[in-house]
Design a protein. Sequence first.
Length: 215
Amino acid sequence: MPDALLPTIRSRCQALALGLPAQADAVAWLAQQGVADPEVLLAACGGQPQEAVARGNYEKALPLLAKIISLDPGNPEAKDLLKKVDQKMLVSTDYVRGVESYSKEDYGSAVQYLKLVYDVDPQYRDVGFLYHDAESHYMPLESMSKELTDLYAQGVDYYMGGHYQKAVEVWEKVLEKNPKNFLVRRNLEEARSRLKDKPQDNLASPNQPDSKGHP
């Protein structure tokens, strides 16, 4: 397209306008090539399915490509475009379903649909963020590395033993590297709440003897 060229290049070029042949001439030429129903094929090609695909207008491109293939089943360019359109339309449908599930906090379905999109095109819109965030809700432990999972388990041991301060310290390290993990956030809140209701570990009351009987 001329507009895509730099002005310094266009200024050194001579523009020649090449118009399309008359429809009657084009139909006659296609008929000479043995094309069946040349009028229909010409109308489909005139609809510029390539441009529709490039613009993301797959609803327009799909019937045009289907018509071309029905008239010329061996057309490789139409087949490739149709495959691309099918894939893009499927990606768009899965993305919409994933977003709807995510908004309803149905993270299991959201992970299922968004993963299909992410595997095909990880740069598609905001699928990367949505997929990983839904995964952290649906599979809070599976979405973490082994190192973080082990660290999380250590925090669980501290919590179950009543050492809430140590559990908080460990889980804060996990949350620092996995800030979207709702399970860690929830456990941290619970541990901090327990910590407020209990004196710190190994801290004796001023008016009571310690474990050795000393005041």
